[in-house]
Write a protein that binds this ligand. Structure first.
Ligand SMILES: [Ca+2]
Length: 525
C-alpha cells in the first residue's frame, strides 16, 4: 500500500475511533440493549474463526467476529449449570452450590459424594431432592429489571425446574420461552428426567405455560427472538435478552433437511452447528432490521467445552474437566462504534465479569448485599486497558471436579501445574519445578473454597417423582395433548437396564470427565 493511501486509511480509522477506542466513560450508564447469546457445549474449534484449517461451518458467527471483538482468554466453569449461575449472579458457582446441578440430587453416585442418599416421598417412591439457584441471589436480570429494562430468557435455564420461585420468571425475567432442564430433544421437546426416574418429561414453555409447537428447537428459539425483538419497537424500555440455545448440546438430532449420513455422529454435529449459525444470523438480522444495531451490545459465547476432545483442539480436555478445553470459550462482543471491528483482546475474563459490566452499562445502583466475584470489564472492552483480572477459581473442594485455580500464567488443577501462556495445550505438568507456587496456589484455592456456605438440609422433594411436565404449577393442570406427547415418547424408551447401569452419566472422578456414554453408576456397581 502506498503512503498516501495508508495515511487516508489511518485518518479514516482514527475518525471512527478517536484516541484508539476510549469509550468506557461514554458507555457507562448509557443503557444499551444487551443481547447475550450462549451456545451449549460448543468446542473451541467449532466456530470457523478458531479453526482456519477447516472449511468454516459458521460463516455468520465468523462475520460477527469480524464486526466485533474476539476475547481470546474468556473463561467459564466447565459444565452448564455452574456457568449459567455464575453469569446470572456474578459469583463463582460454589458460592451458590450451583457446581451441583438440579438432577445430581436424584443420582445415587452424586448424592453419595455429599453424604446424602436418594430421597423417598411418603409413598415410598424414590425421588429428586429440590436443588436450585437460591432466590436470595440477586440475578443480573433482577438488576436490569430494577434499572428499567425489559428482561427475557429464551432457551435453556438449568437452575431449577420445579418450584415457581426457582423458574426464570421467579429470578428476574419478565418473559420466558424454552426449557428449564439440562437439555431438550430438538423435536419432541421432551427430555429424559435423568434421575431417579428414567423417562421423558415435557419441557417447552412460554411464560411458564406449556407450549405445543412443532419444529426444531434451534429454529424455534430464533423465531421467538425475532418476535421479541420486533415487539421491542413498541416499548421505550431498553431490553436484556438472554438467548441460551440448547445447540449444540446432545441429543444428536439432525436439523430439518439433513441430507448427510444419519449414522455419522460428526456429520450430525456439523449440521447442528450450521443450524445454530443460521439462528445467530437471524437474531443479528432482527436487531438490524428493527433499528437496534447501534444501541445494542451483542455477545456471543458458550457455556462449557464439548463432549469430544477433538472439538477442543488445540486445547486438552472436554466438558466437565477444568483443562482449557473445558473452560476456555469462543467469545465475541459486537457493539458498532464502541468496539473496534475485527479486534481481539487477550486479557483474562471470567463469565462472572459480565454482571458488574452490565450493571455499569445500565447505570444501576441496586444494592448487592452478597459479595460478587465479577470484575467490571468496561475499561478492558471499551478502552483497551489491561484486564484487572489475575485469578480465576474454576472449582474448589466439594465439587465432583478437581480444585482448579488460575493465577497469572499458571493453572493448578488438582496436583498438576500448567503454564498456560507457554503451554496452552497443557502437555507438560511443571508442578515439580515450582513447589512453592504449587503450595501457594493450593493454599489459595483451599482458602477460597472454605467460603463455601453449608449445603443445608434438602427437605423439599419433587413430587410426583416423574411428572409429565416440569414446573409444579404446570404439572397440576396437565393438558391432554401434553400427556399424549409424553406417553408416545415413553412408549419407545427401554424399561429395563442391566444391574448397576443407569441412563445418566456417572459422577466424574479425578481429572477425567464423566463419560457421556458410560452408563455404569459407580455406587450401584
Ligand atoms: Ca453445556
Amino acid at each position: 500500500m502506498n503512503m498516501p493511501r495508508l495515511l487516508t486509511l489511518l485518518a479514516l480509522v482514527a475518525s471512527f475511533f478517536p484516541a484508539s477506542f476510549a469509550f468506557a466513560e461514554e458507555v457507562a450508564g448509557s443503557r444499551p440493549n444487551i443481547v447475550f447469546i450462549l451456545a451449549d457445549d460448543m468446542g473451541w474449534n467449532q466456530p470457523g474463526f478458531n479453526n482456519p484449517a477447516r472449511k468454516s461451518l459458521t460463516p455468520n458467527i465468523d462475520a460477527l467476529a469480524a464486526e466485533g471483538m474476539r476475547l481470546n482468554e474468556f473463561y467459564t466453569h466447565s459444565v452448564c449449570a455452574p456457568t449459567r449461575s455464575a453469569f446470572l449472579t456474578g459469583r463463582y458457582a460454589f458460592r451458590t452450590w450451583s457446581d451441583w446441578r438440579t438432577e445430581d440430587f436424584g443420582k445415587p453416585s452424586y448424592l453419595a459424594k455429599l453424604g446424602l442418599t436418594l430421597a423417598h416421598n411418603d409413598r415410598g417412591e424414590p425421588t429428586r431432592r429440590i436443588h436450585a439457584l437460591d432466590t436470595e441471589e440477586i440475578t443480573i436480570a433482577e438488576v436490569l429489571q430494577d434499572s428499567g429494562y425489559f428482561t427475557a430468557l429464551l432457551g435453556k435455564w438449568h437452575l431449577g425446574e420445579w418450584l415457581p420461585e426457582h423458574l426464570p420468571m421467579g429470578q428476574g425475567f419478565e418473559y420466558q420461552y424454552g426449557h428449564y432442564a439440562w437439555g431438550i430433544d430438538y423435536y419432541t421437546k421432551t427430555i429424559v428426567h435423568n434421575a431417579p426416574a428414567r423417562f421423558a418429561v415435557y419441557d417447552w414453555h412460554r411464560n411458564q405455560q406449556p407450549v405445543n409447537e412443532e419444529g426444531y428447537s434451534t429454529d424455534l428459539i430464533a423465531a421467538e427472538a425475532e418476535r421479541v425483538i420486533a415487539a421491542r419497537k413498541d416499548d421505550e424500555r431498553p431490553f436484556f435478552m438472554y438467548v441460551a440455545f440448547n445447540a449444540v448440546h446432545g441429543p444428536l438430532n439432525p436439523p430439518p433437511g439433513f441430507s448427510g449420513d444419519v449414522n455419522d455422529p460428526m456429520a450430525i454435529r456439523d449440521a447442528m452447528l450450521v443450524s445454530l449459525d443460521k439462528a445467530v444470523a437471524r437474531i443479528e438480522q432482527a436487531l438490524d432490521d428493527n433499528g437496534f444495531q447501534d444501541n445494542t451490545l451483542l455477545v456471543f459465547t458458550n457455556d462449557n467445552g464439548p463432549v469430544l476432545e477433538e472439538l477442543s483442539r488445540p486445547f486438552r480436555g472436554t466438558k466437565n474437566t477444568t483443562f482449557e478445553g473445558g473452560v476456555r470459550q469462543p467469545a465475541i462482543i459486537r457493539w458498532p462504534g464502541k468496539v473496534k471491528p475485527g479486534s481481539s483482546q487477550d486479557g483474562l475474563m471470567f463469565v462472572t465479569d459480565f454482571y458488574p459490566t452490565f450493571r455499569t452499562l445500565a447505570g444501576s445502583n441496586m444494592p448487592q448485599a452478597r459479595p460478587i466475584d465479577g470484575i467490571d470489564m468496561t475499561e478492558m472492552l471499551f478502552d483497551g486497558q489491561p484486564s484487572q483480572r489475575h485469578e480465576i477459581i474454576y472449582d474448589v473442594a466439594g465439587s465432583v471436579r478437581l480444585p482448579t485455580i488460575r493465577q497469572g500464567d499458571f493453572k493448578l488443577m488438582g496436583d498438576m501445574l500448567f503454564n498456560i501462556k507457554t503451554d496452552p495445550a497443557e502437555q507438560v505438568d511443571v508442578a515439580l519445578k515450582h513447589p512453592q507456587l504449587v503450595a501457594q496456589l493450593r493454599e489459595r484455592v483451599t482458602e477460597v473454597g472454605a467460603e463455601r456456605p453449608p449445603l443445608g438440609d434438602k427437605p423439599l422433594l419433587m413430587d410426583p417423582p416423574l411428572p409429565y411436565v416440569y414446573g409444579l404449577e404446570e404439572q397440576k393442570e396437565t393438558p391432554q395433548w401434553l400427556i399424549d406427547k409424553v406417553e408416545a415418547v415413553r412408549a419407545t424408551q427401554p424399561k429395563q437396564w442391566a444391574p448397576g447401569e443407569t441412563p445418566w452419566p456417572k459422577a466424574p472422578m479425578g481429572a477425567e470427565a464423566s463419560k457421556m456414554d458410560g452408563l455404569r453408576d459407580e455406587v450401584a456397581k
